[in-house]
Design a protein around this ligand. Structure first.
Ligand code: UD1
Ligand code: CA
Length: 454
């Protein structure tokens, strides 16, 4: 068994933000959530998150995390070594390995951590450290080994000589310790360095021998200290996600202009057109063509749907339905199969049956529409009286004329037709025609008086 500790107490000054650095989102999840997720496969016996700067925010953000998380306060942030010192009272008598991860290293692959832990156990040294050779090592601690790859020293970027800075082998900020050995050296740390901090890397320097484990893909260990690094990590994550879906048979036209959260699921033969963004718990069925220019968030899209220049949030659209251009579906709307939701149509918290059309310039909110309903151009549901929302119900095969105003609460039966321009205020039974507008008046021979006429 292994316990995991995540360092999440720092402010992250270089982010220039009041939000703790580890709470900044990288796609659909914060940095610290990503780090926690990366260790799930190790089945840790304990998950200790060290919090400090605005710790209540970090605690709140992880309150609904699916596994048990223990929080350890580091009231003053005096360095990564000082952070780990705070574990001493919590891990008294603990006799297992401790995996330590910086809270700002979100791209680690679970397989990498598994291999790292296996290697640590095989070598059975007091400590192991994850390292990589990276093209731009600026800001990272440099790792120096002898010719037999035994660790000699980790030296922080700011404490390096010019020559030492040339070393491109860096400390990932991920370590595995035999806790008993670490606990012995932790009290010996001093802050005698450029930053006047207690470095966790010095604890590693006290332990011998140390296993040095190189990661093949250096991108996995990129740490996030500023907004530029946040955006670079986002691109790396996006490339991973899109490569994955393309390998699964999804066409992504112009991947550079598309973003997909890693919580999204796509069936083979989905086509993602340019400038399209898929977020949250979105799922898209086979044969659907999404975009160009669309945003789908936390929504389920069936098979063979086309969705053009449209926005869908917290909603579901079933198979064979055509959406857009310029439709907005939101607020737990559900659209049945074979529907047509056209230009400049907004659907909110409404349920549409099958083969129902709302094709042009409409607002349908808090409504239930049956099957084969047709809503004429420019129709709106008047769902809000200024205080409360009210529902509109429309039965199967009913045809609402163009430019109707449906004043809710309202129930309209099946096989009803309403005349164009009607303002419908009263319920309508099945099988009827409703005309709710004043009659047209025609006055033969009438003309506007000309100027100067008496
Ligand atoms: C650290 C390592 C460096 C490594 C790099 C990898 C040290 C001394 N240096 O540097 O060798 O190459 O990570 O990304 O460890 N934190 C606390 N309490 C504190 C200070 C920091 O919890 O008192 C947390 C931060 O919130 C952060 C993590 O520790 O999640 C790392 O701190 P950071 O200041 O980013 O360290 P680096 O300078 O990047
Ligand atoms: Ca860092």
């Amino acid at each position: 068994m292994v316990a995991v500790a995540i360092l999440a107490a720092g402010r992250g000054t270089r982010m220039k933000s009041d939000l703790p650095k580890v709470l900044h989102p990288l796609g659909s999840r914060s940095l610290v959530e990503r780090v926690l997720d990366s260790v799930t496969g190790l089945n840790p016996s304990r998950r200790l998150v060290i919090v400090g700067y605005r710790s209540e925010l970090v605690r709140d953000a992880l309150a609904s995390y699916p596994a048990t998380v223990e929080f350890v306060e580091q009231t003053e942030q005096l360095g990564t070594g000082h952070a780990i010192q705070q574990l001493l009272p919590h891990l008294e008598g603990f006799d297992e390995d401790l995996l330590v991860l910086n809270g700002d290293v979100p791209l680690l692959r679970p397989e990498t951590l598994e291999l790292f832990l296996t290697t640590h156990r095989e070598k059975a040294n007091p400590a192991s450290i994850l390292t990589a050779h990276i093209p731009n090592p600026k800001g990272y601690g440099r790792v120096f080994c002898d010719e037999r790859q035994n660790l000699q020293a980790i030296i922080e970027d700011r404490d390096c000589t010019l020559e030492q800075r040339q070393n491109q082998r860096v400390n990932a900020g991920v370590y595995c310790f035999r806790w008993k050995d670490l606990a012995e050296v932790l009290p010996k740390l001093t802050s005698n360095n450029n930053q006047k901090e207690y470095y966790l890397t010095d604890a590693v320097n006290f332990l011998r021998p140390v296993t040095v484990f190189d990661v093949e893909d250096y991108q996995e260990i990129l740490g996030i200290n500023d907004r530029k690094q946040l955006s670079e990590s986002y691109s790396i994550l996006q490339t991973r996600i899109k490569d994955h879906w393309m390998a699964q048979g999804v066409t992504i036209i112009d991947p550079g202009s598309v973003t997909i959260d890693d919580s999204v699921t796509l069936q083979p033969n989905v086509i993602i057109e340019p400038q399209t963004h898929l977020r949250g718990k979105t799922a898209i069925g086979s044969g659907s063509r999404i975009g160009p220019g669309s945003l789908i968030e936390d929504s389920q899209i069936g098979e063979n749907v086309t969705l053009l220049f449209s926005v869908v949030c917290d909603s579901a659209v079933q198979s064979e339905t055509r959406v857009g251009p310029y439709a907005h579906i939101r607020g737990e709307a559900t659209v049945g199969s074979g529907c047509r939701i056209g230009n400049f149509v907004e659907l909110k918290n409404s349920q549409l049956g099958e083969n129902t059309n709302v094709a042009h310039l409409s607002y349908v909110g808090d409504a239930s529409l049956g099957d084969r309903v047709n809503i004429g151009a420019g129709t709106i549901t008047v769902n809000y009286d200024g205080v409360n929302k009210h529902r509109t119900t429309i039965g199967d095969r009913t045809k609402i004329g163009s430019n109707n105003t449906l004043v809710a609460p309202l129930t309209i039966g099946e096989d009803v037709t309403t005349a164009a321009g009607s303002t419908i205020t009263d319920d309508l039974p099945n099988d009827c025609l409703a005309i709710a507008r004043s009659r047209q008046v025609v006055k033969p021979g009438w003309r506007m008086k000309e100027k100067g006429d008496s």
